[in-house]
Ligand binder design. Sequence first.
Ligand SMILES: [Ca+2]
Ligand SMILES: [Ca+2]
Ligand SMILES: [Ca+2]
Length: 147
Amino acid sequence: MRVNDYRVTTTLSLFGLVALGLLSVDRSAAGGKSQAAANDNFARADANHDGKLSREEAGDYLVYQVFTACDKNRDGKISLAEWLRIKPGENAAFKERDANDDGFVTLAEAIEYGRRGGAGLTLLKKADKNRDGKIDRAELQAYLAGH
Ligand SMILES: [Ca+2]
Ligand SMILES: [Ca+2]
Ligand SMILES: [Ca+2]
């Protein structure tokens, strides 16, 4: 767990807010792929809370998106079965992410894997319409709407 104690703390505090009913996005989003879910992961990825995603934060956002989609039982880790339901046949990709080879991909493992890849930069290039080097919510939603 050397990856990101700060981020884990942030995530936990968000869950706390959900529990308190201050944020209801997660529950309401569970049904369809809604903007609420996208916004939730945007907030989770926006580590410095400036309302925009930097390249690194954009990468984390993608990890959260995958994680949210895969972790059906919400236990904070992805089993191979959960992974294959979303990514059929991609056993090798699962093993690449499962750094300690225990058969589960934790959020920390997923984020660490994501940071080694260039997905954040790719998303930034595609979504950053005003070329300020960051993705704001409007840019993200415009990008998602086009896909
Ligand atoms: Ca940010
Ligand atoms: Ca693991
Ligand atoms: Ca921008």
